[in-house]
Design a protein around this ligand. Structure first.
Ligand code: GUN
Length: 296
């Protein structure tokens, strides 16, 4: 194996430590803790696991954590009323409505109702627009975590060829915007891209966010490239067992890449750490307490 393994778990712990260290100063100046409210509709088991993890991490960082659980049959108007009430609640700095939502609820309508200044997911069209135009706003947690890992590993990214595989609003598009903001030459590849392996072979930086287990192979990778694997796919491991794999065929790609994130233990832990960071930033902004962003 030649690639350096990018330790996302360790990077996430460091970020969580930096966030937690800034909470007491905020609490002194604002007279309250930063607060994150997570809304979970229904009983999707994976979502329930994520939501519990978010609540625990928020409390561990010294912040106020609230989780509101609603039944799967909740109507859209009821959820929108709840979001409006959270928008108006000054003790709530960040609002996160866990996705996916049940079929009777329009996700875009919910996202658009969240106050953009409490949108710690960075999913609101105003925040997407701020990112696209270089204005200061909230950036979705997973791509921002990927960028932090890349900058820690590579330093200045300017001039590098980056290929993002996947064009979702949650990862692919904001990831491309962030890399463009770092002066990379950015390509967004997707399911209709012709000769995907040839496109990926140009890249100094590959970000795979497609949700297809072990799709990216060693012969797609330019020797020495940095490979960030956003995929979390549960596959059959035989004998009734399952295991988690990414979108990258880790064992073979690690022979060619210069650096690579593992699954698990790569991008995943960064997502929650960045959520805490975004909540701390939201709290400072909402309370009018200055924050030197160089510190986190
Ligand atoms: N579901 C899976 N990941 C996420 C996330 O980052 N934010 C929200 N709101 N829902 C999710």
């Amino acid at each position: 194996m030649s690639a350096a393994i990018i330790d996302g778990k360790a990077a996430a712990e460091r970020l969580r430590g930096r966030v937690a260290a800034l909470v007491p100063d905020f609490a002194t100046k604002a007279g309250r803790q930063p607060g994150l409210t997570v809304v979970l509709v229904g009983e999707d088991p994976a979502s329930a696991v994520y939501v519990r993890a978010k609540g625990k991490a928020t409390e561990a960082a010294g912040m106020k954590s609230d989780t509101i659980r609603l039944p799967a049959g909740t109507g859209q108007d009821e959820l929108l009323d709840l979001v409006r009430a959270l928008n108006a609640d000054a003790s709530v700095d960040g609002i996160l409505v866990q996705l996916p939502l049940p079929a009777q609820i329009n996700e875009n309508a919910v996202i658009a109702t969240i106050d953009p200044n409490k949108d710690v997911d960075g999913f609101h069209p105003v925040n997407a627009g701020r990112l696209a135009t270089g204005l200061y706003g909230f950036v979705p947690c997973t791509p921002l975590g990927c960028l932090m890992l890349l900058k820690e590993q590579l330093g200045d990214l300017a001039g590098r060829e980056a290929v993002v595989i996947g064009r979702s609003n949650i990862v692919g598009k904001p990831m491309a915007q962030l890399l463009l903001g770092e002066s990379c030459t950015v390509t967004i590849a997707h399911s209709k891209t012709r000769d995907l392996p040839a496109v990926v072979r140009r890249a100094d930086i590959v970000v795979a966010a497609v949700g297809r287990p072990e799709m990216v192979k060693a012969d797609w990778i330019k020797p020495g490239a940095a490979v960030i694997d956003v995929g979390i796919n549960r596959i059959d491991a035989g004998e009734g067992k399952t295991r988690l794999v990414g979108d990258v065929a880790f064992d073979e790609v690690a022979q060619v890449a210069g650096a690579i994130t593992p699954v698990p233990g790569g991008v995943g832990p960064m997502t929650i750490a960045v959520l805490l960071r975004n909540t701390l930033v939201a709290a400072h902004r909402n309370a009018g307490v200055p924050l030197d962003k160089g510190t986190i």
